[in-house]
Design a protein around this ligand. Sequence first.
Ligand SMILES: [Zn+2]
Ligand SMILES: [Zn+2]
Length: 444
Amino acid sequence: MLTEDARALLATGPVCDTCLGRPFAERSFGLTNAERGRALRTTIALDDDADFEPDEPADCWVCEGYCGTFDAIAETIVDRLETVEFDTYQVGTRVPPLVEENDRLLREDAGLEADAGEHIKRDVNREVGRRVGAATGTDVDFDRPDVLAVVDLEGFDPLEAIETGSVTGHAVDVQVNPAFVYGRYRKLERDIPQTEWPCRECGASGVQLGDDGEEPCDHCGGSGYMYDTSVEQVVRPHVVDAMDGEEGTFHGAGREDVDARMLEDGRPFVLEVKRPTRRDPDPETLERAINDAGDGAVEVDGLRLASYEMVERVKEHDASKRYRADVEFADSITADDFETALAELAGTTVEQYTPTRVDHRRAELTRERTVYDIDGELLEPTRAEVRIHGEGGLYVKELVSSDEGRTEPSLAGLLETDAEVTALDVISVDGEDEPFELEEYFRT
Ligand SMILES: [Zn+2]
Ligand SMILES: [Zn+2]
């Protein structure tokens, strides 16, 4: 019988409503444990026609007062989050081992199952969480909350917290999860890397040790960087600033060579902002600020607020690329031979052994890649413009040059003359099976 169990629990000593109700947490969804406990206590008092004298949390031998501190904990969390914008939260609690032990002894002494009802940790998480949600108008998210508050119950004195209505600061640790902005970038000038490129020689310090002590690094000219700017350096500060975060990380959907431009539809990227205090900057304002700073060399468009899953999306999603290349031949070729060679390459699968120019830390092996389409114009007997649509991972410079026979077939091989890409532009980067921009990856 329910009331018999409740009587057995009350016989263990002074027990507060929440601790009395917790062993019955599975009953009557919609009640709090305090309401369950209060109802049982009331029923028993009426049954016995005894004076009603509830035990306050401060006197409770099980929680030692902690069940009276939910308001104080929530108040402290809300205070700490006052300057942070968020839509979703989660509360986590570290319960003192002695209190967990009391909660176990309560059931044992009353002859209940050891796991009757719910764990006190869950109780505190939910009760504090409900109060935080109500005070801030936000929702709990157990999967990926914007903010996470971890409460260490041992970090404060419960009786003091009941008295003062707040808990000591170090008992509450507030973590703000990153926020994400998705977009596509264009790089309209050559020799701009995607991400900042620190000088390896001086470790980005800009100085080296000479005969007379420190002097500017020869390798980078003293700037510490190999290039004046990068797409990342144009984009990052504005997004970090708009979200009032601490730092930012640039994630690109692959990258083009430093000397290649990225034109037309641009390349997908995500800028991740750590510890943002604002989560919904206006994308159009942000876009204008970045494009002003890009000064015609770097542009972004299609900026949208994205979910954290978008980082993996841009990094992992298979994408085909369209290129435009200026090509020079060592010997004069005819328009007929040129057309025949392109027709031969269109739709073919090429074998590419790891190019000589590629970082040799990368595994050397032969990869098969499809040339979806290729066409072009011979502008002079030794000069052409070629447009290529290729599977992700196709090495375009090598498709033209053959890389000393490491790529087969190749334009140079088919024409039996040396051929070289003198300028390369990436025109678009598009998902192979579906677009990068599925709605489920955005925050609306
Ligand atoms: Zn209690
Ligand atoms: Zn240097």
